[in-house]
Design a protein around this ligand. Structure first.
Ligand SMILES: *Cc1c(COP(=O)(O)O)cnc(C)c1O
Length: 397
């Protein structure tokens, strides 16, 4: 018998009933029914043909959703932040400059990450409820000659959608006469937009991009698609710095066989998560991107119409700046945002979120995306919000 004493007794972990709410926050979103099934598919060894073909199918699906012919397309083991960290740390080295176009919390996160790698961060900021124009960004690119510019496509903290068209050319050409052949790289966060809102990686000249599975893909968090352009590849090949081992795209490209006949073990990927991602991509491929984009647009148009009928106000003044997946709503004076969220859950079992970062105490955030982007859900959420507003008014009288 061992004489070692147990200083920690076994904990009592009891099962509790969990009532599933309708997930209408800015993420996570409900799963496609097929994804719930995919999560329980068999676990495979990473060195077998079935596993390899799943990886190949995921990469083909990602080339479709990102709209890129690039071979350097794969998924990180981690949530959306792992994509952010991988894109920044692989493409920008210590002492190099990253220009961050800032209007919400995600670019603040990019700033924190970049600082940890000794990257020189410069920011250009605008109010949180508007978006950037090319005219605002061009002088900064010329002045700073950054290695890369970071911008968020859809900002789920503020509910804005950034127009990206033309920004690739701006980044690449504004440094045409400098020593760098690839100009400045354009890095984009599409965590809450990909699959739901038009995005064309190659056509728009995006160089490093990441998304997520738990938002418009309607899958589980924990695996994050990333893609790199030919310019980004050149930077990765010629860079003088080493990114963290776990995020090193050179090593991951080899594990994912991006260039053919390399199946090098790097780390153990999670089989349930890659089955789930494969299934999300299958759903998007079946529906097709244009149909998915149209569905999200129609759902949100209906939701906004219903919100206007109930006299709710939008945080984002210009309709063209509003994000199709996440809507930000300003409550009348005297209402408490946290109380509103709690009452929605208690009375309707619908989960929406209060503000985050710049919108704390300033807005509600309602997500209608993926499997929940339907007219029925839009109506149900708008009606529940109107009811919640009435209920809170009555109780405060
Ligand atoms: C949710 C979100 C993230 C963070 O993703 P995690 O999966 O929570 O790490 C990043 N960017 C945007 C735009 C998001 O909406």
């Amino acid at each position: 018998m061992s004489s070692n004493k147990f200083i920690v007794p076994p904990p009592r972990i009891v099962n509790r009933e969990v009532v599933k709410p309708l997930l209408c926050g800015p993420g996570p979103c409900d799963y496609w029914p097929s994804v719930a099934e995919a999560l329980s598919k068999p676990v495979l060894t990473p060195i077998c043909d079935e596993f390899f073909s799943v990886l190949d199918e995921i990469r083909a699906g990602l080339q479709y959703v990102f709209q890129t012919r690039s071979k350097l397309v794969l998924a990180m083991s981690g949530s959306g932040h792992s994509g952010m960290e991988a894109v920044i740390s692989n493409l920008v080295g210590r002492g190099e400059t990253l220009l961050i176009a800032s209007r919400g919390i995600w670019d603040q996160r990019a700033n924190i990450i970049a600082n940890r790698y000794g990257i020189k961060v410069e920011t250009i900021s605008i109010p949180m409820n508007v978006t950037f124009s090319a005219e605002q960004l061009e002088p900064e690119l010329k002045r700073l000659r950054p290695t890369a510019m970071f911008i968020t496509h859809g900002d789920s903290s503020t509910g804005t959608l950034q127009n990206l068209q033309g920004l690739g050319d701006l980044c690449h050409n504004s440094l045409r006469f400098s020593f760098r052949r690839y100009g400045a790289l354009l890095l984009v966060d599409t965590v809450v937009t990909l699959g739901a809102v038009p995005f064309f990686m190659d056509e728009w000249g995006v160089d490093g991009v990441y998304t997520s599975t738990q938002k418009a893909f309607s899958g589980p968090a924990g695996i994050t698609p990333v893609a790199f352009s030919a310019r980004a590849e050149e930077k990765i090949k010629t860079r003088k710095h080493d990114p963290p081992f776990y995020f090193d795209i050179k090593l991951l490209a080899s594990q994912w066989n991006c260039y053919g006949s390399t199946r090098t073990y790097h780390h153990t990927m999670s089989p349930p998560l890659f089955w789930a991602l494969r299934c999300c991509l299958q759903e998007i491929a079946k529906e097709t991107l244009p149909a998915s984009w149209a569905r999200h647009e129609a759902t949100t148009a209906r939701f906004h119409k219903r919100l206007r009928e109930y006299s709710f106000e939008f945080l984002v003044p210009k309709p063209e700046d509003r994000l199709a997946t996440v809507t930000t709503v300003v409550l009348p004076k005297g209402y408490d945002y946290m109380e509103f969220v709690k009452t929605m859950r208690a009375r309707h079992n619908i989960l929406i979120f209060a503000g985050l970062g710049p919108t704390v105490g300033k807005a509600l955030r309602i997500g209608l995306m993926g499997v929940n982007s339907t007219i029925q859900v839009a109506d149900a959420v708008a009606e529940a919000m109107a009811d919640t507003l009435r209920a809170l008014k009555k109780s405060s009288l």
